[in-house]
Unconditional design. Structure first.
Length: 347
């Protein structure tokens, strides 16, 4: 691909170097070393939306929630090489869909506008399923949004998310379980490669399905597939206190789902997810601002209180000094009177 997609290779914490074979190989060697140095029994992250409820769990050997302790499977150099290629392709594909400079932005058709949140679709060559896109402004810094996206806790359909193999801080293989939007359809699970990358102008968070024996399909679920999907979060405004977010999803739900049903529910689900993310992030940002303001107010109050105490101490010191001077004067008067009486008696 050309256009803005080509810029995704530079300065990457995922692909390394310029995204070419040499830079990718160097990054792959670093990942292998990290895996070799990692403890044999780490605690992968396991998040369950319905912890403690009697709903099917996707986490292998899952209990009631929290962290499980199990060895993370080591990856071969061939797997790492393939994963880094997938990350490069995912970044390029995502950036090609993003306004205003993406190479494929003209292929999209806006199908809904809800209070400034735009929902668009486009055809995918060789597939009957549409690619969907939701975009809009979120009034909070990009870093807060990125943290929320990584956990997926904002998504009302999330059942669980387990990090099966953490390759580095920006790249992992995870098992995702999602609830069906309608009761007549079976829940879906995904084996996905997830990455996070900052290309200096935007945060890119992508995901693509992978074939791995370490994440077998769960009983009662249909193994679905996503391709080159994810988020692009761009800081905007003079002080970068707001962000423009674009969510792109290309998915094959597999199983028995009519195409028109899958396409209809996908755009609705994505809009709901975006709306929940926006509400949670903006609420959290307001709360953080209030806490900071309260902290500054407490600091000012404490400073004023210390100044008042210093003033009171100075007043007390002056009062004590005056009392001391008065006592000294009284002593001198009494002493003089005693001397006079003694002199009179002696005479």
């Amino acid at each position: 691909r050309s256009g803005s997609g080509s810029g995704s290779r530079s300065g990457s914490g995922i692909t390394g170097g310029d995204g070419g074979g040499e830079g990718r190989s160097e990054k792959m060697r670093e990942d292998v070393q990290q895996q070799q140095q990692r403890p044999k029994d780490p605690s992968p992250e396991v998040y369950r939306k319905d912890a403690g409820k009697a709903s099917p769990s996707c986490a292998r050997g899952a209990g009631s929630g929290g962290l499980e302790r199990k060895a993370q499977p080591a990856l071969t150099e061939e797997q790492l090489e393939e994963y880094h290629r997938m990350v490069e392709q995912n970044q390029e594909t995502l950036l090609a869909q993003v306004e205003p400079h993406g190479a494929e932005t003209k292929l999209w058709k806006v199908v809904r506008d809800m209070d400034g949140i735009l929902v668009s679709t486009r055809d995918v060559p060789g597939s009957s399923y549409l690619m969907s896109r939701v975009e809009g402004r979120i009034r909070c810094p990009a870093e807060l949004i990125v943290d929320k996206i990584r956990t997926l806790e904002y998504d009302p359909l999330l059942m669980s998310l387990e990090t099966v193999n953490r390759i580095n801080d920006n790249l992992d293989v995870s098992h995702l379980c999602m609830r069906s939007p309608v009761n007549v359809l079976t829940n879906r699970d995904f084996a996905i490669l997830r990455f996070k990358h900052n290309n200096r102008s935007s945060w890119i968070l992508g995901a693509s399905s992978v074939n791995t024996h370490t994440i077998p399909q769960k009983s009662g679920f249909v193994r679905a597939s996503i391709m080159n999907s994810g988020w692009v979060v761009t800081p905007i405004g003079v002080d970068k206190s707001e962000s423009y977010c674009t969510y792109v999803l290309s998915m094959d739900p597999r199983g028995w789902v009519p195409t028109w049903v899958a396409n209809m529910f996908r755009t609705t689900d994505m809009l709901n997810s975006f709306t929940h993310l926006k509400q949670q992030c903006e609420t959290e940002h307001v709360r953080q601002q209030q806490q900071q303001q309260q902290s500054r107010s407490n600091t000012v109050d404490l400073s004023n209180s210390n100044n008042d105490n210093d003033s009171n101490n100075n007043n007390n010191t002056n009062t004590n000094t005056n009392n001391t001077n008065t006592n000294t004067t009284n002593i001198e008067i009494i002493t003089q009177e005693v001397v006079t009486i003694v002199s009179e008696k002696s005479g």
